[in-house]
Ligand binder design. Structure first.
Ligand SMILES: *Cc1c(COP(=O)(O)O)cnc(C)c1O
Length: 501
């Protein structure tokens, strides 16, 4: 069956997957969604016998139906290789509480690598398939992890350029160092004085700006996106939920067909949306537990049916989840509203113009598979300490938000369903918060540059290559600007050599 893609905000145009990957988002401001969500075409038992790469192929072929088998297998082989520090790409760690699925064994030590190592290959393949000979310009807003992972994937890829905007005062020191030391002639990093929502909003506006598009086309460029608004990022994220299920079956934790819960630390709603798609494909899922930090806009939404972004933006110890406008929720709303583009547009317009919207009652009732909670910075630190005390396992603050919310959920509802918690970043990426939570003198350790060594002593886990490499890496990017569209657009024009407006 051919799966075609359409916008969440209008009916009519149906395009193949490769075109949706190439475009990134729809011209009407909506996001691309599959017109029909594909179903597994083989029994789960059979998937249990496959490794990660083979499961990736079996899942991606269902979503990216206009890619040939050879194309998909080639993308998978190029992405999922020794860039990952574990042969099976994803590791699992069992504690008393749950199964932690470590998604941070890629080159930038956060889960974004699971999709951003393959996206450049999917995108360049899409360009070839569609006879696109213009240079592809990837514009990306990042809350800290996407930017680096995208640049690592696109650096020096012929026919592409990538530009990343990150909140100058809203990322961890290691995240910032990772970004400003990025190599590659085709990369450009800009620190903005604003937050992730400012960056994401301006990037979407630049994307949709007619004048910008004309000037780009005249000079032989076209935009695409590495943000999770690109379906080429979502599809690879579905794979590890299927993979996790099969590993739990293989280890005898669950019987094939038995439901499994997933707890996901959430910001832009991309990761957990992939879990929702896995469920809609036929994966037996009990609950999807959406875990937020103090920017609890999603928790409030799931508890009340009202999404309200008009609130203070809080900087937390889990900065990659400091987001008030979760883009991918639009896709979920579209699906739970019965693929209703008018209703989706109404809500998205209200969000844009009034800063809030309410879902209809029947739509709200379709959100049953989700549970939601949040953890403050204090609770997050206490969770890191607790997991270490009970299991000798050191987790990062994002993962700790997931663990804390899961624990509170079990206490409240007594749901004993086996649960996989998505472990989204390495503790080494958020050294200060992790050391402090474990009662260490972070400032003193860091003054001597001994933070990573101390985490290694405590956790018994080797310091990742990505952290060691940064020690000697020179700074290559120093540009900053306001987090406003005119300012960011001027930087895009400068990067591409286009005339200023
Ligand atoms: C991006 C990120 C998240 C949030 O994922 P979304 O797909 O944006 O919901 C959580 N944890 C870490 C470490 C991340 O980098």
């Amino acid at each position: 069956m051919d799966v075609l893609y359409k916008s969440t905000r209008s009916d009519g145009e149906l395009i193949p997957a490769s075109m949706a990957v190439l475009r990134g988002m729809s011209q009407d401001g909506g996001l691309y969604v599959p017109a029909q969500i594909p179903q597994f075409d083989l029994p789960l038992e059979e998937l249990c016998g496959y490794d990660y790469r083979e499961i990736a192929y079996r899942v991606l072929r269902l979503f990216l139906t206009d890619y040939t088998e050879e194309e998909l297998r080639s993308c998978i082989a190029k992405a999922y290789d020794s860039k990952f520090d574990t042969g099976e790409l994803v590791s699992f760690r069992r504690t008393e509480q749950a199964e932690f699925m470590e998604l941070f064994h890629g080159p930038t030590i956060a889960f974004k690598d699971m999709a951003l190592t393959i996206l450049p290959h999917l995108l360049t393949t899409a360009a070839r398939k569609n006879g696109e000979d213009r240079e592809i310009v990837i514009l990306t807003a990042t809350s800290g992890d996407t930017g680096k992972a995208a640049m690592a994937g696109f650096a020096d890829v012929p026919g592409t350029r990538i530009m990343v905007f990150y909140p100058k005062n809203g990322v961890s020191p290691l995240q910032e160092k990772q970004m400003v030391t990025q190599k590659g002639e085709n990369t450009r990093v800009i620190g903005i004085y604003g937050n992730f929502d400012d960056a994401q909003t301006a990037v979407k506006q630049i994307f949709l700006d007619k004048q910008m598009q004309e000037d780009m086309a005249a000079q032989g460029f076209r935009f695409s996106s590495a943000n999770s608004i690109n379906i080429g990022r979502l599809a690879p994220q579905i794979v590890y939920y299927v993979y996790a299920y099969t590993r739990m079956v293989n280890r005898g934790e669950i019987r094939c067909g038995e439901p499994l819960n997933f707890a996901v630390p959430t910001g832009n709603f991309g990761n957990i949306l992939a879990a929702y798609y896995a469920c809609r494909m036929g994966l037996p899922v009990g609950k999807l537990i959406c875990a937020s930090n103090s920017n609890r806009v999603l928790y409030d939404f799931f508890s009340t049916g009202c999404y309200d972004r008009m609130r203070p933006f809080i900087l937390t110890t889990s900065p990659s989840m400091d987001i008030l406008v979760s883009s991918n929720l639009e896709r979920l709303l579209y699906h739970v509203a019965g693929d209703d583009t008018e209703e989706t547009s109404r809500m998205m317009n209200a969000l844009q113009e009034e800063g809030h919207y309410n879902v209809r009652e029947d739509v709200y009732n379709n959100l049953e598979i989700f549970a939601a909670g949040y953890a403050t910075d204090e609770e997050t630190a206490a969770e890191i300490a607790r997991v270490y005390r009970e299991s000798g396992y050191v987790i990062d603050p994002h993962t700790a938000v997931g663990a804390c919310v899961h624990r509170k959920y079990v206490e409240q509802y007594g749901d004993r369903t086996k649960t996989v918690i998505a472990s989204t970043a390495s503790p080494y990426k958020f050294e200060t918060a992790v050391l402090q939570a474990l009662g260490e003198d972070a400032a003193a350790l860091q003054a001597e540059d001994r933070g990573p060594e101390r985490i290694s002593e405590i956790s018994g886990v080797q310091i990742p290559r990505a952290v060691l490499d940064l020690r000697s890496a020179p700074v290559r990017h120093r540009i900053t600007c306001d987090g406003t569209k005119p300012c960011m657009e001027a930087e895009v024009r400068r990067f591409l050599g286009l005339a200023q407006r």
